[in-house]
Each structure stands twice: as C-alpha cells, then as structure tokens.
Design a binder for this molecule. Structure first.
Ligand SMILES: *[C@@H]1O[C@H](CO)[C@@H](O)[C@H](O)[C@H]1NC(C)=O
Ligand SMILES: *[C@@H]1O[C@H](CO)[C@@H](O)[C@H](O)[C@H]1NC(C)=O
Ligand SMILES: *[C@@H]1O[C@H](CO)[C@@H](O)[C@H](O)[C@H]1NC(C)=O
Ligand SMILES: *[C@@H]1O[C@H](CO)[C@@H](O)[C@H](O)[C@H]1NC(C)=O
Ligand SMILES: *[C@@H]1O[C@H](CO)[C@@H](O)[C@H](O)[C@H]1NC(C)=O
Ligand SMILES: *[C@@H]1O[C@H](CO)[C@@H](O)[C@H](O)[C@H]1NC(C)=O
Length: 324
C-alpha cells in the first residue's frame, strides 16, 4: 500500500518537474530576436523601438486624462511616436528571411497588427478626438526627423488670460488657493471678477465663431475654471443676488417717481381752478387705480429683471462641443 503511494508520489513529482523544466526551457533559451527560426528576426528591433515610443505616449495620455489635456502636455511624445511610426512604414531596405520588407512584415503580413492597431488608436482616438490641431499645429518633417510644434495664437491668448486670472486669485490668497480663505469666497469674486470676465469673454468669442475652435484641453480648462468659480467659490450666485437687489431697487424707485409725477401732473392740471367736491374725489380715486396698475407692472418688471439675470448666469454654464 504505502510503497505504491510512494511510487505514485515519486512519479508525479518527476512528471511535474519535467513539465516545469520544459516550459522554462522554451521561455528562457529562445530570445526572440536571435531566434534562427524567427522568419521576421531582422525586423524585431524596429518593432521594439516602436513599442517604447507608443507606450510613452500611452502613459502620458493616461496621466493627463482627468481632465483630458493631451495636446498641450504630450505633444513631444506624440511627435516622437509619429516619427517612429513613419520609420517603420519606410523600412524598405530591411528584409525578413523570406525577402519581404520589414514594413510589409509589420503592417501587412499577418491577420492582426497590434502595433498598427495601437498607432491608429493613439492617432484617431486620442490626438484627433481631442482636436489637438486647434491648439497646436505640428509642421511635420519626417525625413529629417525635425518636426516642429507651433501653438496657435488663440491658445496663447487664452493661456495669457487664464494666467492673469490665476495670478489675481493667488495674489489675494497668498498662494493658499484651497484654504478656507477662498471657500469663504466673496472677496475673490469681487476682486477677480474682471480677469474672470475677460477670460470667459475671450473663450466665448472664439466659441461662437464658426470655423474657429479650441482643443479639448482648453475646453476642459475653461470648464473646470467655471466650476471652481461658480460651484466652489459660488461667485455667480453672489453676483446674481447683487443684481437682483439692484433690479428691485431700480423698479421701486421708478415706481415712486411715476407716482410722484402722476400726482404732480394731476395737481397742475387741476391747479388754480375752482373744483367741486365730486370732481376732486374722482381725481382721488383715479390715481389709486393707476397706482395699483403701476404696482402690478412693477412686479412683472422685477420678474423680468430676475429672469434676465438668471439667463445671464446661464451664460456661464459650459458651452461644450460634443466630442466627435
Ligand atoms: C502626470 O500628471 C501630473 C499632473 O496631473 C504631472 O504633475 C506629472 O508631471 C505628470 N507625469 C508625467 C510623467 O507626465
Ligand atoms: C532574397 O534576395 C537575395 C538577393 O536579393 C537572394 O540572394 C535570395 O535568394 C533571396 N531569398 C529568397 C528566399 O527569395
Ligand atoms: C529624432 O530626433 C530626436 C532628437 O531630436 C531623437 O531623440 C529621436 O530618437 C530621433 N528619432 C529617430 C527615429 O531617429
Ligand atoms: C498683486 O498685488 C500687488 C500689490 O498688492 C499689485 O501691485 C499687483 O498688481 C497685483 N497683481 C495682480 C495680478 O493682481
Ligand atoms: C468668512 O469671512 C468672514 C469675514 O471676512 C469671517 O467672519 C468668517 O469667519 C469667515 N468664514 C469662514 C468659514 O472662514
Ligand atoms: C464640462 O463639465 C460638464 C459637467 O461638469 C460635463 O458634462 C462636460 O462633459 C464637461 N466638458 C468637457 C469638455 O469636459
């Protein structure tokens, strides 16, 4: 009994050991690039280089994904990646063992080309989807490996206004942007209202101009800036409250003025004449009717002011293009 068990254990361990060593053997002693059986051996090193620049671009894009700001932060990785992609597409003097060019091997030889799929995703889904061309144009020069990025003027202008606003906020908070100093809010709202309105105005101007566009970087930056201003520091609400108060004051004083004018006018009209009591009392009741009409129109005025102020705060809601 026990000897059979013992034999079984020995056999099992020998078996498992041998399978282990076999798998280790195939993994360890077959370095892919020097494999004499690898038909595509001479092309391997180009694929490996492409893998590195692709992965750098992927890392950068994911790192800058909340909020998405690939265009302005990853353009150098993108240029590098596109350069190597270009090289792998022009490997016309390097051959596989069966005399195919390495470009054919990498892109056309097999059912699937992972490198091509990833390149396509980086180009279409990341770069073009972010509309990077609207912010940064790249003057491609692949043959000499001298591609130059050029930031568009409107991006620089936007950035300048953004920095002015940020400087203003920093100036008034001695740098502690997230301290209770700021969540208290109101002071910042007043002090930095002008740079904020300029920033938003500039963004809005471009936004409503047909054929002019910002990349996603700028859109998300504006988006977050508005959320900070409106939701965190609650500057829009404060402004609205002030505006409502002003509206009510204006309506009220107009009402007073009109009433005064009316009484004055009726006094002048009837002035100096001998009047009988009946006529006078009619005049007295008349203004009251007039007054209540004025009052109700005053109410709707106030409503109007309120309505218009809430639409103007709507303006601060974020205008965003659907990402295509
Ligand atoms: C990743 O993003 C953060 C800010 O979001 C930045 O400070 C950091 O430098 C980035 N890292 C790389 C490798 O780009
Ligand atoms: C590949 O091309 C070389 C010369 O261009 C030739 O000598 C060789 O026979 C070719 N090999 C095959 C497999 O066609
Ligand atoms: C292109 O030039 C950059 C430096 O300017 C270099 O780091 C990169 O390796 C070059 N790319 C190729 C494919 O030669
Ligand atoms: C910052 O504050 C200083 C002095 O208080 C002032 O001279 C300067 O113009 C301010 N800068 C901004 C951007 O508001
Ligand atoms: C907000 O500011 C006022 C006066 O400037 C101060 O009395 C109050 O304590 C502050 N509130 C907070 C939460 O810091
Ligand atoms: C802006 O923010 C809103 C909500 O916070 C979001 O739905 C929208 O997609 C954002 N736009 C961009 C360009 O990130």
């Amino acid at each position: 009994m026990s000897s059979i068990n013992f034999l079984r254990i020995v056999l099992l361990s020998i078996l498992s050991f041998s399978t282990l060593s076999v798998t280790q053997l195939t993994l360890d002693t077959a370095p892919i690039s020097d494999d004499p059986w690898d038909l595509d051996g001479p092309c391997q090193k180009y694929v490996e280089k492409l893998a590195i620049v692709q992965s750098e671009m992927v890392a950068c894009a994911t790192n800058w994904s909340i909020p998405p700001k690939v265009c302005t932060n990853c353009y150098s990785y993108y240029i590098n990646f596109k350069q190597y992609e270009y090289e792998t597409k022009h490997l016309d003097n390097v051959f596989s063992l069966d005399n195919r060019t390495c470009s054919q091997v990498i892109y056309d030889n097999y059912l699937l080309s992972y490198s091509s799929e990833i390149s396509t995703a980086l180009t279409n889904k990341i770069w073009e989807h972010s509309r990077c061309d609207s912010c940064i144009e790249i003057n491609w020069n692949f043959p000499q490996n001298k591609s130059e990025p050029v930031f568009s003027d409107r991006t620089l202008q936007f950035q300048q206004r953004l920095y002015e606003w940020r400087n203003c906020v920093v100036n008034y908070t001695s740098g502690n942007v997230l301290e209770q100093d700021l969540t208290n809010g109101s002071k910042i709202c007043n002090w930095c209202k002008t740079p904020f309105n300029e920033l938003f105005g500039y963004y809005w101007k471009i936004y409503i101009t047909p054929d002019e566009d910002f990349c996603v970087d700028v859109e998300t930056t504006m988006n977050d800036t508005i959320h900070l201003w409106n939701d965190v520091w609650q500057c829009a609400e404060r402004q609205d409250r002030d505006r409502d108060l002003a509206g009510i004051m204006i309506t009220f004083s107009t009402l007073l003025l009109l009433t005064a004018l009316f009484y004055a006018a009726s006094y002048i009209q009837g002035g100096g004449q001998t009047r009988n009591l009946i006529r006078y009392s009619r005049l007295l009741t008349d203004p009251r009717g007039q007054r209540s009409r004025l009052l109700s129109s005053g109410m709707s005025d106030a409503d109007l002011v309120h309505g218009s102020s809430s639409t103007s705060s709507l303006q601060y809601n974020v205008p965003v293009h659907q990402t295509r």
